[in-house]
Design a protein around this ligand. Structure first.
Ligand code: ATP
Length: 305
């Protein structure tokens, strides 16, 4: 009887371990595949190996149906490009990323990659083309190596390290007694927010997506770390599209295109120099940031635009 009891306990333990592993795997799956959850088209078209153009045609969108959160957005650009989305809080920047990754469908107007309407694309091919890094930088219980490798499960150790170098976190990892085998703890609680964020960025870099989307991804980093990540993104952006929602205008001069949002509309679009010459909204925001930086005499400043 005692033996039966302990066998039952053992099975129960294994079952609970299995359930835990399954739920963890579901979280990992959703993390790797991205959150695209839209209706699949009847005849899905695959995305090509290298996306060369994106267009938004008079796009409007409403979350709740009571008011438009985005209205009349039109934009066409060749890819790859380094694109910054800037503007005041609530102006619609993250919503644009949500529509481009098809977390939501447009309320009116259309979005196309290489001339194919996003609603006709094979959802799996869109998922694999896009990686998103936002401020929700949760890690999984396991080692640092494991957490980076989640970006691409067949990556070798040297590729994991290369991604960590690109995310400016390799030196820190090397300085730990257990190096890449250091356990991060549940949710990554043994690391700081900035360290977690860089591991999440390394994971996305390892995945090497065609389009890397960053939503305030460097907000939790200090100015030096954010600048280092900015340099990495500029490098990645030579061959991959980087779409970065940011309140830090310091990264904008290195971008190919800056989209300035205001009240759900695309207020201005151009390069840093063009927008400064235009002396409009972007010029005002840049001046404001510069003045604050001078006033704070070099201290890291995150102004809320
Ligand atoms: P921030 O810089 O603060 O991140 P943002 O420019 O990215 O802002 P969005 O997050 O795109 O702005 O939000 C645009 C508008 O849509 C805001 O008014 C916001 O309150 C609203 N909104 C965003 N997400 C949702 C949601 N899930 N449900 C309803 N309304 C939402």
């Amino acid at each position: 009887l005692l033996e039966l009891g302990s066998a039952a306990n053992g099975i129960a333990g294994q079952l609970s371990g299995l359930i835990q592993a399954l739920s963890c795997w579901q979280r990992i799956e959703s993390l790797l595949q991205g959150p695209v959850d839209a209706v699949a088209p009847a005849l899905p078209k695959p995305l090509g190996e290298s996306i060369s153009r994106v267009s938004l045609n008079d796009v409007s969108f409403s979350y709740a149906g009571d008011r438009l959160n985005l209205q009349g957005i039109s934009l066409e650009t060749p890819l790859p490009r380094r694109i910054a989305l800037v503007g005041p809080s609530g102006s619609g920047k993250s919503t644009v990323l949500n529509l481009l990754s098809r977390i939501y469908d447009t309320t009116s107007g259309s979005i196309a990659f290489d001339g194919i309407d996003i609603r006709d694309l094979d959802p799996d091919s869109l998922k694999s083309a896009i990686a998103m890094v936002n401020q929700d930088n949760t890690l999984f219980d396991g080692s640092i190596r494991y957490n980076i490798r989640l970006g691409r499960l067949d990556a070798g150790d040297s590729e994991v390290e290369q991604a960590a170098r690109a995310a400016e976190i390799h030196d820190f990892i090397q300085s730990l007694p257990q190096g890449y085998d250091t356990e991060v703890g549940e949710g990554g609680r043994l690391l700081s927010g900035g360290q977690r964020q860089r591991i999440v960025i390394a994971r996305a870099i390892l995945r090497d997506p065609q389009i890397l989307m960053l939503d305030e991804a460097t907000a939790s980093l200090d100015a030096e770390a954010a600048a280092a990540i900015g340099r990495t993104l500029a490098r990645i952006g030579a061959t991959r599209t980087v779409l970065s929602v940011t309140h830090r205008l310091a990264s904008c001069p290195a971008m190919d295109l800056i989209c300035v949002f205001r009240d759900g509309s695309l207020a201005e679009i151009g390069t840093h120099d063009e927008l400064l010459r235009h002396r409009g909204t972007y010029h005002g925001l840049w001046e404001k940031q510069s003045q604050i930086e001078i006033a704070e005499s070099g201290r890291d400043v995150d102004i809320t635009l």
